[in-house]
Design a protein around this ligand. Structure first.
Ligand code: OGA
Ligand code: NI
Length: 433
C-alpha cells in the first residue's frame, strides 16, 4: 500500500486550543489600523479617503503613518521572533503586548519565596519493571488525578539521543532566516511547518515563540519532507521521535493499568498520530508584557516535553500559575484532552502556558500522541456505570475542526465543549459541568 505522506494525520495536532474564554483581545493601545490591516475593511480604505479627504486629512494622516508602520511591522512579525531579535529590538512591539489581565506576573529568580515553583511528582519508570510496580502505578495515578502533569526519570531514552535533539534544534533555529523560511507553510496538512506565535493567522496578539512542527507518522513517509539542514537534522530527530513513540506506549500501558481498563486500546496507538513541535523562545526585552505560549491544553492522549535547562513552563495548580523547574534528563509528561475524555474525567488535562525571560534563549520539544485521526474517542466502557455516568461526548477530529471554525470556539475551550451535564436524569450535550 502506498501511504500518502500528506495524510490528514499530519494536521492533527497542528492547532492548539486557546483556552481563554475569549481569544486574547488586542491591547487597548493596539491601533485600529492593525485591525484594518488584518480585516477585509482594509481594502475599502481608498474609497473612504475619496469621500472627504480634506476633512479627515490631519487625523488620518497621522494614523496612516502609524498604519504603514504597523503594516511593515506585520510582515516582519510574520518572520518570527528569532528574526525580530536579530533586528535588535529593545522593546516589545505592540503586536505582542497582552492586555494587562493576561500578562504574567513574573517572580524574579532569587526571590525569597519559591511559592511560584512547583515540584511535580517524579515517576521512576525503572520501578515498573520491579516488584515496586504497584507502588509506581499508584504514584502515577495520583499525579494524573491531582496535577495532570508529572516528570519521568529512568525512562530508558539514551542521554545522547536527548542531547542530540536539543543540540540540533538549537542549530536549526540558529540558521539564517532564509534557511528556516523554506519550511514556512500555512498548509495545516504539511508534514513540516515552520512558523511563529500560536496560530499566526488568527492571533490578534502574537506570542514570543517560533516553532518547527514535524509530523512523525508514518515516519518513513514523512522523513523526506523534514528539513535537510542542519545535515544531521533528520537522523537526530528521527532517532528521538522513535524513542518518544516507545516511551509513549510504555507510559500508556502503565496508565491503562492504573485506570483498570483493558489493554486492547494499546494497539490503537501503533499507528496513532504523532506530532513533534520544536519550540524556540528567544530572550525577550520585556518578558512581563507577553507570553511564549498562551494558556492552552493539549489535544491528544499524552504530551512528552523535553525542556532545556531554562525554566518557562507554567501549569495551573489550585488556581495559580506555577513554574515547573527543569529536572536534568527528565521528561515532563502531561495528560491531553483525549485522555481526560477516555478516563471519563478521572485524569485531568490541565491548562499550561510558557513564560519568556530577558536573558536566555529557551528550547523545548513537545511530542504529542494520540490514536489515529479517524478514531472516535469516548470514555472507556469500564469507567462508565450507573454511579459514574459518561461525562463526555464522543469526539473525533472532524468535530474538532468544526468546533474551531465555529463561533463557540470563542466562548470556551474544546474540552469544555465536549462535557455532558446530567440534569434530572437527562443528558444535556455540551453544557458545562
Ligand atoms: C506545547 C507546550 C510547553 C513548553 O508545545 O504544547 O505546552 O514548555 N510547550 O514549551
Ligand atoms: Ni502544550
Amino acid at each position: 500500500m502506498v501511504v500518502s505522506p500528506v495524510s490528514p494525520i499530519l494536521c492533527f495536532f497542528s492547532i492548539y486550543i486557546p483556552s481563554f474564554a475569549s481569544p486574547i483581545a488586542p491591547h487597548t493601545n493596539l491601533s485600529l489600523s492593525l485591525v484594518l490591516v488584518l480585516s477585509p475593511l482594509y481594502t475599502s480604505l481608498p474609497f473612504m479617503g475619496a469621500i472627504d479627504v480634506a476633512a479627515i486629512a490631519k487625523t488620518e494622516g497621522e494614523s496612516m503613518v502609524k498604519r504603514e508602520e504597523e503594516r511593515m511591522g506585520e510582515a516582519e512579525y510574520m518572520k518570527g521572533v528569532r528574526h525580530l531579535c536579530d533586528t535588535g529590538v529593545t522593546k516589545v512591539p505592540n503586536r505582542y503586548i497582552l492586555p494587562a489581565p493576561d500578562r504574567p506576573h513574573i517572580v524574579r529568580c532569587g526571590d525569597s519565596t519559591n511559592s511560584h515553583n512547583l515540584k511535580l511528582p517524579i515517576i521512576d519508570l525503572s520501578l515498573l519493571h520491579t516488584p515496586k510496580r504497584a507502588m509506581a502505578l499508584e504514584d502515577l495515578s495520583m499525579a494524573c488525578k491531582e496535577y495532570g502533569f508529572f516528570q519521568v526519570v529512568n525512562h530508558g531514552i539514551p542521554s545522547e539521543v536527548i542531547e542530540d535533539m536539543i543540540d540540533v534544534s538549537k542549530r536549526f533555529f540558529g540558521m539564517p532566516y532564509d534557511e528556516r523560511e523554506k519550511y514556512m507553510s500555512s498548509d495545516l496538512r504539511s508534514p513540516v511547518r515552520y512558523g511563529t506565535s500560536f496560530n499566526q493567522i488568527k492571533d490578534r496578539v502574537f506570542c514570543w515563540r517560533d516553532f518547527l512542527k514535524l509530523s512523525c507518522q508514518p515516519l518513513e513517509s514523512v522523513l523526506p519532507f523534514w528539513p535537510s539542514s542542519p545535515a544531521d537534522m533528520r537522523e537526530k530527530t528521527s532517532a528521538y521521535a522513535n524513542g518518544m513513540k516507545s516511551l509513549f506506549k510504555e507510559l500508556m500501558s502503565a496508565i491503562l493499568e492504573s485506570l483498570g481498563v483493558s489493554m486492547n486500546a494499546l494497539s490503537e496507538f501503533d499507528d496513532g498520530s504523532h506530532l513533534m513541535v520544536v519550540n524556540c523562545f528567544p530572550p525577550c526585552p520585556e518578558p512581563n508584557l507577553t507570553l511564549g505560549m498562551p494558556p492552552h491544553s493539549d489535544y491528544g492522549f499524552l504530551t512528552l516535553l523535553l525542556q532545556d535547562q531554562v525554566a518557562g513552563l507554567q501549569v495551573q495548580y489550585k488556581d495559580e500559575w506555577v513554574t515547573i523547574d527543569p529536572v536534568p534528563g527528565a521528561f515532563v509528561v502531561n495528560i491531553g484532552d483525549h485522555l481526560e475524555i477516555f478516563s471519563n474525567g478521572i485524569y485531568k488535562s490541565i491548562l499550561h502556558r510558557v513564560l519568556v525571560n530577558s536573558l536566555q534563549n529557551r528550547i523545548s520539544i513537545a511530542s504529542l500522541h494520540s490514536m489515529p485521526v479517524e478514531k472516535v474517542i469516548s470514555p472507556a466502557a469500564e469507567l462508565v456505570s450507573e454511579s459514574s455516568p459518561k461525562r463526555y461526548m464522543d469526539t473525533d477530529f472532524t468535530t474538532f475542526l468544526k468546533y474551531i471554525s465555529s463561533t463557540e470556539f470563542k466562548k470556551k475551550n474544546f474540552l469544555e465543549s465536549r462535557k455532558l451535564t446530567r440534569t434530572m436524569d437527562q443528558t444535556t450535550e455540551g453544557q458545562l459541568c
